[in-house]
Design a binder for this molecule. Structure first.
Ligand code: SAM
Length: 282
């Protein structure tokens, strides 16, 4: 089946007619609500939180956040970002609770560092795998998005992004962009191997109960039915000899950074420059 993101930019696809059709379909309403509830279950927020809804569209996902009852830790306050003015217009007409921002996530996430307790994204980020113009690459757009999202979240915060990867290459491309940005990341799939498979990227920032377990998201999904965890993170392998990491090496620096993050300290993102020796000073 052809995918809209293969042929059109999101803001062109989600025009006035499509935004109305999307929002009024009871099938879509039910699916988006169920996936948002699942994302909330994975976030496991214990008290009312400030949540960023990435690709919020007409507010089908956001309204689930506002409707969480106090006994389940809500209601949450949310801010939505979307590239489609038509989708946001429908959200305004529906008088959703969240504040709305017309913005392209492929350009970054324009909020002060540490603004949000958590983030969700429901059925949006696969759009980043398609470049809209020849000047923008999917890799660049994914990097800007995940770097921005990482900065916009509080240390100890989490994000859950449900998305529809076209294939394993896209799954890998999205996951590794998140890991490069500094997130602890894991992929989980509900109903794997069926046509109803749902993929969730679970992301952690700094020290959380999840990262205290060595960044292993299996703790988050323990006891849940029909969940298969695919953890794509690669641990830095010791470079020298018998399990020893050489002091000052890239692996050593990454390990120290992880230790600092677990203590809740803010550390610089790991990049291709991490641990590189500097050239001579003149
Ligand atoms: C399938 S809709 C989901 C909307 C909402 N999350 C829901 O659950 O109903 C996908 C949304 O992602 C938005 N989107 C796609 N690419 C985007 C981008 N680069 N920046 C911001 N929003 C984007 C689209 O405009 C669309 O509103």
């Amino acid at each position: 089946m052809s995918r809209p993101e293969d042929t059109l930019a999101a803001d062109v696809h989600y025009n006035d007619a499509e935004a109305r059709k999307y929002t009024t379909s009871s099938r879509i309403q039910n699916i988006q609500a169920a996936m948002t509830r699942r994302a909330l279950e994975l976030l496991n927020l214990k008290s009312p939180s400030l949540i960023l809804d990435v690709g919020c569209g007409s507010g089908l996902s956001g309204e689930i956040l506002s409707s969480v009852p106090p006994e389940e830790g809500g209601p949450h306050v949310w801010v939505g970002m979307d590239i489609s003015a038509s989708m946001l217009d429908v959200a305004l007409q529906r008088d959703v609770e969240g504040d709305l921002l017309l913005s392209d996530i492929g350009q970054g996430v324009p909020f002060r560092p540490g603004t949000f307790d958590a983030a969700i994204s429901i059925s949006a980020i696969q759009w980043l795998c398609n470049a809209d113009t020849s000047e923008t690459s999917p890799a660049g757009r994914l990097t800007r998005f995940f770097n921005g999202l990482y900065a916009a979240l509080k240390r100890g915060g989490m994000a859950v992004c449900q998305f529809y990867p076209k294939n394993d290459v896209q799954k890998q491309m999205i996951t590794s962009a998140a890991i490069k940005a500094g997130f602890g990341a894991g992929l989980l799939e509900d109903d794997p191997g069926t046509k109803n498979v749902k993929v969730y990227l679970v992301l952690t920032v700094g020290s959380t109960a999840v990262q205290a377990k060595g960044g292993d998201i299996t703790g988050v999904v323990e006891g849940m039915d029909n969940v298969e965890v695919l953890d794509n993170r690669k641990k830095a392998k010791p470079k020298s000899g018998k399990g020893e990491i050489k002091k000052g090496s890239k692996a050593w620096i990454i390990k120290k950074k992880e230790q600092m993050e677990r203590k809740g300290k803010i550390v610089k993102r790991t990049s291709k420059y991490t641990g590189r020796s500097r050239g001579p000073k003149f």
